[in-house]
Design a protein around this ligand. Structure first.
Ligand SMILES: NC(=O)c1ccc[n+]([C@@H]2O[C@H](COP(=O)([O-])OP(=O)(O)OC[C@H]3O[C@@H](n4cnc5c(N)ncnc54)[C@H](OP(=O)(O)O)[C@@H]3O)[C@@H](O)[C@H]2O)c1
Length: 238
């Protein structure tokens, strides 16, 4: 049965590929980003919004009302939400001016989204939130500390909420990708980088299977974890 899925951050990259894949299989998509819809004006419904702004909550409540879900309505609304919005920012001292912005977009926007959707899904008796975190959530990054720390907070919060909500039939999935071929993948070395289409297939599989967490590629996750252990040793002995 076709589902109605809210995708936050779908004008480019992984969100755009997920939008195309969902539309191709007949699901109804409502998108949110600062740029127009990736599929043009004849494509799915799209709202322009900066997710780093407190106005995000107002937009999501309006969308719920207009999509027939009200706030907490039993019918209509969204079957699932995929939070793809994210930014990365390298840190060059002494300029820390973009650091809070990274947390606003990557972390606070996601928490604001759940704040609106969870009451709706509790009333409805079902729902699914999929968040795009990163394998970088496991490392202490001196190059992009706000990115790695915002993703650590993202994963920690989503896993906690997933455990909290599963008894209410609300699934939460934390997806930790390695490198995906988008403008965000800027590192000089990008081992086992996957295409956005492949990343989208993983997201769609998660929508069907509703796991609590997916880390892909596993070998990149294992490498990041080994790095984290080595970093922890340095911290303990510092
Ligand atoms: N690419 C990778 O290697 C990789 C690896 C691991 C995890 N991830 C995660 O996957 C997610 C998607 O990354 P991507 O590679 O697809 O990035 P991308 O190509 O840069 O796309 C990011 C999307 O987020 C939206 N976005 C960014 N800032 C926004 C804001 N303030 N308000 C609303 N929308 C905003 C962008 O739309 P607008 O600019 O139009 O607003 C765009 O649609 C991110 O959370 C990223 O951390 C990516």
């Amino acid at each position: 049965m076709p589902r109605t899925i809210l995708i936050i951050g779908n004008s480019d990259g992984i969100g755009r590929a997920v939008t195309r894949a969902l539309v191709a299989r007949g699901d109804r998509v409502v998108g949110v980003s600062r740029s127009p819809s990736p599929l043009g004006t004849s494509g799915p419904r799209h709202e322009i919004q900066d997710v780093g702004s407190p106005q995000l909550g107002d937009l999501l409540r309006r969308l719920l009302r207009e999509e027939g879900g009200k706030e907490g309505g039993k019918d209509g609304g969204f079957d699932a939400c995929i939070y793809c919005a994210g930014i990365g920012s390298g840190l060059t001292l002494p300029d820390l001016s973009n650091e809070t912005r990274v947390f606003d977009v990557n972390l606070t926007g996601m928490v604001r989204t759940l704040e609106t959707l969870v009451p709706h899904w509790l009333e409805r008796g079902t729902g699914h939130f999929v968040g795009l975190s990163s394998i970088a959530d496991d490392i202490y990054s001196t190059d992009a500390p706000s990115y790695a720390a915002s993703k650590a907070g993202f994963s920690h919060y989503l896993l906690s909420m997933g455990l909290k909500l599963r008894r209410h039939n609300i699934a939460v999935t934390n997806i930790r990708f390695g490198f995906v071929d988008t403008k965000m993948a800027k590192a000089p070395m990008r081992p086992l980088m996957m295409t956005t289409e492949r990343a989208a297939r993983h997201v769609l599989r998660c929508l069907d299977r509703r796991p609590l967490q997916l880390s892909v590629p596993k070998i990149v996750g294992a490498f990041a974890h080994a790095m984290r252990l080595a970093q922890s040793l340095r911290i303990w002995t510092a």
